[in-house]
Design a protein around this ligand. Sequence first.
Ligand code: TXA
Ligand code: MG
Length: 326
Amino acid sequence: MTLRLGSTPSDIAQAAALLRAGGLVAFPTETVYGLGADATDAQAVARIYAAKGRPAFNPLIAHVATIGAARREGVFDALAERLAAAFWPGPLTLVLPLAAGASVCELARAGLSSVGLRCPSHPAAQALLKAAGRPIAAPSANRSGHVSPTEAAHVMGDLAGRIDAVLDAGATEVGIESTIVGIAGGRLLLLRPGSITRAQIAAAAGAAVETADGSDAERPASPGRLAAHYAPATPVRLEAREVRAGEAFLAFGDAAVPGLSHARAVLNLSQKRDLTEAAANLYAYLRRLDAAGASAIAVAALPRTGLGEAIVDRLRRAATTETFEE
Ligand code: TXA
Ligand code: MG
């Protein structure tokens, strides 16, 4: 049985008690819903992997209520301090060297000597983290291989019966996962693009942002970037200029393309070409078109600058048919 909770103080207290007892609670953040467990408890963290059906252990992000709590887990250099001051609480994850005496368990870090830390701004997430009083490990609250949930109903569709509770606070605002920046040896590495753009990171840090190129032979820098992570079941065709027979169409801006009238289904990420609106709609629309029984989902071209970098990154992964041992 999965409890459906709201975000009243008593619901938050109940959710926090479940987390402290080693349970699994899905909760909203400003990006997507996360599947939370006590990050200091390896057994609780193991339940996350089991519920998601992940084929292997990925490092998870540890969520904290304050920068003070984050400093107990990761080593903050000047760059990390600047980025946290500029963007926390908010949709930025910092991957930092593990601090001495850190409480996040090894399983949550997948054995790495670094830790992914995020201080979310969503009021329900903030309240839950404060009430739990410890770092909460939380990947996106979807079954492995599915797109991330932006509504509690998506979480229930994927995980009902496999988790203890879901805290429902409506649709999430940003709609795509946090920007992930790795900091090591005074260098900034963009591990996953997100709603906080590369240019915003560089400006706040006063330093160049390098791109993770996966050249680290030993481990991919951020395994969750691996392609098939976000794929719907229906094939996805990118930069479509027309709708082919049997296809559904995911438009951006002007939807008037050849073949539109015989599309199986049509949704527009943003009629007015607003990338923020497009990000917020992305996963819910992919889910809806995935259910349309189309031969493929044709997706219109989007700009690749600013927030477009993150949206195009997620669409590319939705389009790949490669599978990975994650
Ligand atoms: O917006 C978000 O970030 C959402 C919400 C729930 O916070 N969470 C999320 O988690 O997207 P997940 O597990 O789907 O993606 C976490 C990413 C993965 O790509 C993982 O590899 C990376 O963070 N990551 C976490 N810790 C890491 C570490 N120590 N080193 C490298 N990558 C790390
Ligand atoms: Mg995910």
